[in-house]
Design a protein around this ligand. Structure first.
Ligand SMILES: Nc1ncnc2c1ncn2[C@@H]1O[C@H](COP(=O)(O)OP(=O)(O)O)[C@@H](O)[C@H]1O
Ligand SMILES: [Mg+2]
Length: 264
């Protein structure tokens, strides 16, 4: 098959999806995967049909975060089926493939982009309201080529609150432009921490950098997610933070952000 045929096949696999949202950041470790997973859960709680794609080939971790790392995608004559996280949310992750000991070397070599593209063309997403894509970290050539394999329409940029995040956000915007993406907005993650002992707020990484960046760059600001140690613990245990702590500030923030995105 030619590259053009592969591209068409991917387009066809995506044609019953109403909205495709790429979640990315200027750098790694800012909580991009955490945000992608919790946004997907928040959308699914709103009754939306959601697909989540973990296309990070070097460190795919959404299957672990969502407690489905032992499951496998089923293959039928129609194609490859996402793993069900809940009744509204299906996950396709590179981790399901990469952990296969019989994985062909093609996945690690120079042909890997073509292999990923072929794989994406075989996924049967079905009718979805949103596809949320967790992209590989950074804004370099590899994340760009991977993001190009799965054409998204909108993009959410995740940043932390330090003022240097403005620089990262600039890079992120240039990245979004290269991909012809409509920027839905910026999310400021790890924004403040409520002390579990005294209830006082601690601005561990300062506050407001994401908001400031959004204002300066003329992009919508979607909201702030505070630091919550349970996000780390539950993520490591593969349990849904949003379901375990629906009344926490962080969960409320995720739900509000999703409402904003739906209204757009
Ligand atoms: N709001 C938050 N509060 C507490 N911990 C967080 C928060 N967001 C992310 N984390 C933790 O930070 C680490 C990095 O997050 P991750 O989503 O893997 O980042 P990225 O995908 O950008 O590399 C993880 O251990 C995650 O649990
Ligand atoms: Mg990640």
């Amino acid at each position: 098959m030619s590259i053009e045929d592969d591209k068409k096949k991917v387009e066809k696999a995506l044609d019953k999806i109403k909205n495709r949202l790429l979640v990315f950041s200027g750098k790694g470790g800012v909580g991009k995967s955490t945000v992608a997973a919790n946004l997907a859960l928040a959308f699914s709680k709103q009754g939306k049909k959601i697909g989540l794609l973990d296309i990070d080939i070097h460190g795919p971790n959404l299957a672990k975060m969502l407690g489905v790392e032992d499951k496998r995608m089923e293959t039928s004559a129609d194609g490859i089926k996402p793993v069900a996280v809940n009744k509204n949310l299906g996950l396709v992750s590179m981790s399901f493939l990469l952990e296969d000991p019989n994985l062909p070397v093609i996945w690690r070599g120079p042909m890997k982009m073509k292999a990923i593209q072929q794989f994406l063309g075989d996924v049967t997403w079905g009718d979805l309201d949103w596809l949320i894509i967790d992209s590989p970290p950074g804004t370099g050539d590899e994340p760009l080529s991977i993001a190009q394999l799965i054409p998204a329409s909108g993009a959410v940029i995740v940043t932390t609150p330090q003022e240097v995040s403005l620089m990262d956000s600039r890079k992120a915007i240039a990245f979004a432009r290269k991909l012809n993406l409509d920027i839905t907005g910026i999310i400021e993650n790890m924004s403040g921490l409520t002390c579990p002992h005294c209830g006082e707020n601690i601005d561990l990484f300062k506050q407001g950098g994401g908001q400031k960046a959004a204002a300066e760059l003329g992009i919508p600001f979607l909201g702030k997610i505070p630091i919550n140690p349970d996000i780390v613990t539950l993520g490591d245990e593969g349990k849904s933070f949003l379901d375990s702590h629906p009344d926490s500030e962080a969960s409320k923030a995720f739900m509000k952000i999703v409402e904003k995105i739906i209204k757009k």
